[in-house]
Design a protein around this ligand. Structure first.
Ligand code: MCN
Length: 791
């Protein structure tokens, strides 16, 4: 693999301030709920109070009769109005059993909170009053609330047409695992549980749809990570050609993955707008966000490694049990499949066998959350490496060093992907040096003298980014590729417009793309405007924001388009200055002869003027008068970034509380576009990772009722729980991505649970056993200490 495009020096890599922030910080951002249209109605959704029930009948007559109500829809009406069920795009497991749902339940509900009916009224108050008048006759069924209940012989079936509650199963082998285990000096096995968690953006999901009955055109404002995907899926469900659909995402108040999925509400608002001939707004409240948004993370992973007595790992075998909800989300089994596909992590293990089993339960659907499958498989390979180290009496980082993929082994074939590049051992050493320089070992010793228990834990993570090249996506069984398309234009006044299909969620992509365009073209950053979030004015294709693909695929495409545009600008400037274009340079938006900036020159405005306003004679030869370049980046491979997390924690034996005192991430994401944003992304991701390790968990009771329905119960950390972060950087460029950019937006979430559990164990050596379940809440830690004391 060769670097196809070099990065120009200057703006790329500079710590410039984010262009998005003034608008966001001064309250000038526009979210979906800020969209107000004439004659607009508001909708509210009736949700099932039962986890599992047959719907015998739905009587909407009293609701329809309420003054101010314009329309009421039930499941059978929605099914009749739709051309297709709610789509599942990540359908990659052979023989996957589909759940085939519509935006409203038809015949049966399979989780408490599932949408059963919807009302459009003159305002939300009337709509909610009308919900109270809808009578649903349910036949309540036994619910399936845990993995073990779902797999029991006599388990109630969520889908009676299936023989069991298993929606899919797939095994992917590499090498000869049987022989590796048979010939091993030592075999270590562990069963791990990752709690159910979800992304909780400040802005809940919301949609406004306006259907124009004359043109049969639909315009939707949506808080989504992927406007193009939403447009295509709306078209599929509604049976409408996509050219008649426009999806706009104003500012998105956080996505964190779960706004990548496509939900019932998008379709409901569209159907209501078509039914009433008026615009319809449907905004989810926080309770609805908890009960009906995609949940994620919950898995059981059984993992074993076979090793030699010197710590060399020869085989790894694991089964990922995915605790899916009552229906498939848009991403299907995707996140759990990825846990299986990356089970061997950063280690050079010749024999690997991963299995994923998707099991349906009466819970909210399982979708995306920052990190996708990666925090869980990281927990599996890092926990098992810790256990192996204990078994062999070796320091765990020695085991890591012995098994990390060596720099000369790239591209490295894992069971599914080729890892592209890196120097993993150097990254581990960088973190170890960082820990030593910060004096953490000394802090532990000093605290011990005061009777306090501190410990350090490490985790090594890889992150799949730049998802995903068509070849890779199709190879993994996906129905389409996910390249990215960007358009860069110099306009008539010399300003630069970048149009992207990526969405700005708060991750700074507009600034990053502006830096790439400005840096490549040689213009000031302020002269670049990045437009995103509108399917009509931004590129038609492109998969939107997810899977840490913006900087690499978007940045790479902008780099290539800007490079070609720069060449054209120089040709026009050469014509105007009567100079050879190869003798010219652009600096700060002014084009002059190399080394003679005070000599004859033209500005970008002159170039725009020549191209668009004057006669074609002002352009060289047969040059066409547009100053616009489009690039579609579909590289050969994804790009793997990686990092080492080190955590210093204090564990309180009396209360079971764990405090994170220090947190360090050594990281490599190839060429960094904006180091300040990258640091911020690592911090934000790590905060979510720490939350998943210690605080956040979605809990259902034994009857399938969600107990964590607000931030009183679902414990988000605040600034006082989150430590100062240290980030250390190294660079191995992605040779197959223009510019060498790798993504990193999910990195912080991936190693957190592994590093923190290891640090707790180090703080409490008397625990004696591995912590196998996150979050490590105080009661769970006290139980583990009690159990250890009884042994
Ligand atoms: N970046 C850079 N140089 C690199 C890589 C990244 O400067 N080599 C910077 C860029 O500014 C880029 C940002 O870091 O915009 C993240 O880069 P990338 O890894 O390409 O991720 P995306 O832009 O595709 O963002 C998506 C990613 C994901 S998948 C989730 S989920 C996520 C996230 O990033 N959700 C977020 N970060 C978030 N940040 C905020 N504030 N809110 C969310 O909802």
């Amino acid at each position: 693999m060769t670097v196809t495009q070099q990065v120009p020096p200057g703006l790329i890599g500079a710590r410039v301030r984010r262009k998005e922030d003034p608008r966001l910080l001064t309250g000038r951002a526009q979210f979906v709920d800020d969209v107000v249209l004439p004659r607009m109605l508001e909708a509210a959704v009736l949700r099932s109070p039962h986890a599992h029930a047959r719907i015998r009948s739905v009587d909407t007559s009293r609701a329809r009769a309420l003054p101010g109500v314009f329309a009421v829809l039930t499941g059978p009406e929605v099914r009749a109005a739709c051309a297709a069920p709610q789509p599942v795009v990540w359908l990659m497991i052979p023989d996957q059993r589909m759940t085939g749902q519509y935006a409203l339940a038809v015949g049966k509900v399979r989780y408490a909170g599932q949408a059963v009916a919807v009302v459009a009224a003159k305002n939300r108050y009337v709509a909610e009053d009308a919900l109270a008048l809808i009578e649903v006759d349910y036949e309540v069924l036994s619910s399936v609330n845990t993995l073990d209940e779902a797999l029991a012989e006599d388990a109630p079936l969520l889908y009676e047409e299936w023989p069991d509650n298993v929606s899919c199963r797939q095994t992917i082998p590499k090498g000869d695992v049987e022989t590796a285990f048979a010939e091993a000096d030592v075999v270590v096995t562990e069963t791990l549980e990752f709690g159910r968690q979800m992304g909780t953006p400040l802005e809940t999901r919301g949609v406004v749809v306006s259907w124009d009955p004359l043109s049969d055109r639909l315009e939707a404002w949506l808080s989504t990570q992927s406007p193009n995907l939403a447009r295509d899926l709306l078209g599929e469900v509604l049976g409408l050609p996509v050219e008649r659909i426009r999806v706009r995402t104003p500012d998105v108040g956080g996505g964190f993955g779960n706004k990548f999925d496509f939900y019932a509400e998008e379709v409901l608002a569209a159907l209501l707008s078509r039914r009433t001939g008026r615009p319809v707004k449907l905004i989810e409240d926080r309770y609805e966000s908890f009960v009906a948004n995609a949940h994620s993370r919950e898995q059981r992973i059984e993992v074993s490694v076979a090793a030699k007595s010197d710590g060399t790992i020869t085989g790894l075998r694991g089964t990922v049990w995915a605790v899916l909800g009552g229906q498939l989300a848009t991403v299907g089994i995707g996140p759990c499949w990825l846990s299986m596909a990356l089970l061997s992590g950063p280690y050079d293990i010749p024999n690997v066998e991963g299995t994923v089993v998707g099991v349906v339960t009466n819970k909210s659907p399982y979708g995306s959350y920052r990190g996708w499958g990666q925090p869980k498989c990281n927990f599996a390979h890092e926990r098992i490496v810790e256990k192996l180290a204990r078994e062999l009496g070796l320091p765990v980082n020695e085991i890591r060093r012995r098994n990390l993929i060596a720099p000369n082994n790239f591209p490295y074939p894992s069971p599914v992907f080729f890892y592209d590049s890196g120097n993993y051992a150097e990254c581990l050493a960088l973190a170890e040096r960082g820990v030593a320089e910060r004096g953490w070992p000394g802090q532990i010793a000093a605290a011990a003298r005061e009777g306090r228990s501190l410990g350090i834990g490490y985790a090594f993570h890889i992150e799949i980014t730049a998802l995903g090249p068509t070849r890779i996506m199709n190879g993994a069984g996906l129905q389409h590729g996910s390249f990215d398309e960007e358009v860069v234009r110099v306009d008539s006044s010399g300003g630069v417009i970048v149009r992207t299909g990526l969405s700005a969620l708060g991750q700074g992509i507009q600034t990053a793309l502006a830096q790439v365009a400005a840096g490549t073209l040689g213009v000031p950053l302020d002269s670049v405007t990045v437009l995103s979030g509108d399917t009509e004015t931004t590129p038609f294709t492109g998969y939107g924001t997810g899977a840490s693909r913006g900087a690499s695929l978007g940045g790479g495409a902008v780099l290539r388009a800007s490079t070609r545009l720069r060449e054209k600008v120089l040709r026009v400037a050469g014509h105007l200055l009567e100079a050879d274009p190869s003798d010219l340079e652009i600096a700060d938006g002014r084009i002059s002869v190399v080394g003679n900036p005070s000599g004859p020159s033209v500005t970008m405005r002159d170039i725009g003027d020549a191209a668009y306003r004057r006669l074609a004679g002002n352009l060289p030869g047969d040059e066409n008068p547009t100053l616009e370049e489009r690039d579609v980046l579909d590289p050969d491979n994804v790009a793997f970034s990686y990092g080492t997390t080190a955590a210093l924690v204090e564990a309180d034996r009396e209360t079971g509380a764990v405090t994170v005192l220090g947190y360090l991430v050594a990281h490599d994401c190839g060429t960094v576009i904006n180091p300040t944003i990258v640091d911020g992304q690592l911090h934000g991701g790590a905060a979510q990772g720490i939350a998943g390790a210690l605080y956040e968990e979605i809990v259902y009771d034994s009857g399938g009722q969600l107990l964590t329905r607000s931030f009183m119960d679902y414990l988000l950390p605040t600034a006082s729980e989150i430590p100062e972060f240290a980030t250390l950087h190294m660079t191995t460029t992605a040779g197959h991505i223009p510019g060498g950019f790798k993504g990193m937006g999910e990195a912080g979430t991936i190693g957190a649970a592994s590093a923190i559990t290891a640090a707790i164990e180090a703080a409490l050596p008397e625990l004696g056993v591995s912590l196998t379940r996150v979050p490590v809440t105080p009661p769970r830690l006290l139980d583990a200490l009690d159990a250890a004391a009884r042994i």
